[in-house]
Structures are given as C-alpha cells and as structure tokens.
Design a binder for this molecule. Sequence first.
Ligand code: SF4
Length: 331
Amino acid sequence: MPSGSTGGPFLAVERLAKTFRLRRMLFGGGQTEVHAVRDVSFALEPGASIGIVGESGSGKTTIARMLVGLEAPTGGKIVLEGEELRPRPTRAERLRRSRVVQIVFQDPYTSLDPRQSVRRALEEIQRVHFDGRAKAERDARTGELLDAVGLGEKEARALPRELSGGQRQRAAIARALSAEPRILVLDEAVSALDVSIQAQILNLLADLRHELGLAYVLISHDLAVVRQVADEVLVMYRGRAVETGPVETILHSPRHPYTQKLLESVPRPGMRLAREPASLAADEEGCLFRNRCPYAFERCLEEPELLELDAAHAARCWLVSNGKERSANGR
Ligand code: SF4
C-alpha cells in the first residue's frame, strides 16, 4: 500500500498522457507519434465509480493499462493515496500497487491460467499477497471469494475452458478480489457476454461494490453498461476527455456535440457507441472533433479547454463557453 498520504483524493489522475512512437512504413520510414491519451484528469474516492466511454481508439483502454502499470505514462501523473506512482515501477512497487488496484479484462483468459483450476488461481494470488496466511485461512478465504461471485465447488475444481463465459468472468473477478484491492479497473469486462449474462455480472459488480466498498473505473463503449455501474462518466474522443459529469446528466443533458451524436445515433436500450476507427494523427490543431462537428466555426481552429458548465459538469467545446448554447445563432 502506498505510504506518505497527503490527504488528497484516494486516486487522482492528473493531466495523464501517453504518446506511442511508431515506425512509419511509408513516406521514407522514420518515426511517427501517436497521442493515444492527452491530458486526461479525474479523481476517485473510496467506493465511487467512474465510467470512461468512447469509441475504439479513444484511449480508454490505454488509461486502464496505465492505472495498473501495464503502460508507462509519457506525461502527467497518477497519485494513489497521496503517493505519486512512478511510470516504470519496480517489481516491489508493482506488487504493492496490485494490492490496491486490480484489473478485470474483457477476455478472462488474459488473467486466468488455462492449466490452473479456479481454486488454485485464487490460492496463488493469496500466496503472492498474503505470504504469512495459514493454509486453513487461505482455504476459508477462497470459499468466501467463490461465494461472493456465485461459484460453487464444482466450478472451483474446473479449468477455465470447462466453464461458461459468465462463470469464467466470475472466476476472473474472484481472482482480482483475491488481492483484496480497493479499486477494480473493469476493462470492457462484460462486452463479450450475451445480454442476459451481462446483466447478471453487472448485478454482481453492483453488489460487490456495495458489500466491499470497492471503487470502480469502468471502461466501456456501452453507455447502458456505464449507466448501471458508474456515478460519473468521462467521454473520450481521440485521446481527450471531451465531457465529464454525473452519468444521468451526461445521458439526459449532453452538451458536447460528440456526446450528443453518440446518444442520437445509438439504438436504445443498448446505447452502444459506433465503432468508427479514430484517426490518431498527432499534428492536428484546434478542436479534434472539428471535421465531424455540425457546429464548427472559426474559433474551433483553437483547441478548447474543458469548460465548466457547473461544479460537476464540463465539456470541451467553445459553444458552452460564456453561456453559449449549441443552438445559438451568434457562433
Ligand atoms: Fe464543434 Fe467547435 Fe465545439 Fe469542437 S469546439 S465540438 S468543433 S463547436
């Protein structure tokens, strides 16, 4: 657990950025920069839940990977319980972080060893994090974890491939909980499941949050999923946060043209976002949504900051500055 708390938010993400340098295959070779995440900030208190939504290429999964140390930020910082996390943690620091923050992936095989029974997977994590725990105590804890995620003895003895998709995701959640974290990063954790199983896992996550006081960072392209689990939402477009606020406010009164487009174009009740490939070219200026925005005007050649609509709601659009509305004629 990080030490040296300064009394700030439980988790603070401040101006986080990630730039990938890629080899250019055309135009004479060399390197090109891709800004996957640009200047993203948010905070999370114990037991709170934030949803990060956006289409493919918006940078939301890169944020998830930076939170758990799988990617090193190239800018900004992550502060956990008052301690700034180093971009390239040592093994000991990574282990300490994983006691506080765990991740559940879309594909449970990413975290479950296909040759290991569910019971063994849960025991292994306990051995890593709670070395001094007696076997009887570990067994009791394994039983509690299985109960908590709704798996029985039969599933505990099974290999991942012998489980259904929903059971496998329950096992992956139990494995993450074995470290007794305080934050779960859920990276499209229900996207691969059919709708009825998805609903069961979302109910399970809601119950676990309530019972264990867990905080969630929920990464999803599905606004319906975000609505069920998150209190706050951060809408991402091409690496930037373009709108943030309480989930019901964003769903009912979206103010950024991109958020409005998402909500207008998606069929309810699923409310899935379009999977448009996002261009990540680094050398553009102005508002990144300019070429798709029906309201673009001259000022949009400058990039707007996130502009506050009220204490909890902000949008990165010049139309919301100085009380202007999207319907204003004076743009
Ligand atoms: Fe559209 Fe301009 Fe607002 Fe960008 S800043 S979303 S281009 S109106």
